[in-house]
Ligand binder design. Sequence first.
Ligand code: OGA
Ligand code: NI
Length: 337
Amino acid sequence: MELTMGSLPVANVQALAAASRDVPERYIRPEAGAHPGFADCGVDIPVIDFSRFLDPDSSRDESSKLHLACQNWGFFQLINHTVPKEVIEKMKLDVREFFQLPLEEKRQLAQVTGDVQGYGQLFVVSKDQKLDWADVLYLNTQPAPERCLRAALDNYSAELKNLADRLLEIMAKNLELNPDVVTDKFKVGIQSIRFNYYPPCPQADKVLGFSQHSDADLITLVLQVNQVQGLQIKRSGEWFPVMPLPGAFIVNVGDIFEILSNGRYKSIEHRVVVNTERERLSIATFHSPQSHAMIGPLQELVRGSGARYKTVNHEDFMKLFFSSKLDGKSFLDRMRY
Ligand code: OGA
Ligand code: NI
């Protein structure tokens, strides 16, 4: 089968949800099962306080907390970070406004064939695959935006890149990597932002807003736009809801980090469930190394144990990533020896 690096056109979910209470068969997923629902009890993922990195008295302590969080969880909440409240609030406002626009206007930013960028749905690669109950706006935001971006997006993108760079530096230090490696692989080269819109669904427990996946980047920072819970992470084979703290980013280690660290830090599978009554919005910002960086286990972390993953260039990485969407076999499994 031919490999498309884009997504096949399918129904707009927001319009579908507004038009009828019937949920088409293509969205019904056996594995959605009885999920824990929207209870107030979630799993308490570690909380990392960014301000403690800036204080010499507490930075060592917070760094080792971060190291343990990355090793044992792959997910943490980041509070007291550097992103100004105004930048976040303006971004939230704009994203709400965007999804409230009439369909015709949103479609001016529609995905074009062969590109995942734009407004639409993600990773639809075959005519019979199950579909996610969500619409997305996906944009490559760094380097040099190719689209004309609004100021809110520019600011948000720059602030998150800066924060991600600082986090990556601390994470690399925790792994005792030498500075050259850090400059080459642990600096944000590529950033993309995905605005996720999950309409309410009358059969919420039968569909998934975003089916099980891990993120294919170095680190992801997720901002929940409204107060509707939906993110679940997989831990010891079970799904646990994550309850974001106000103003926090949910941060997770991505596949590229897992590979570079030769498995020391894990990229954890997660998914999104939807609500029967309320829409949910989130902003996921993905950070990857520059496109010339080779993706493979770092020499200094391979010694003794041997490489557990292959080494590939950016182009082959993208090909493997998209083919994993085709056959449903996990991308990390394809990279593993
Ligand atoms: C993603 C993702 C989580 C969310 O976009 O990769 O996992 O809460 N999103 O929407
Ligand atoms: Ni994700």
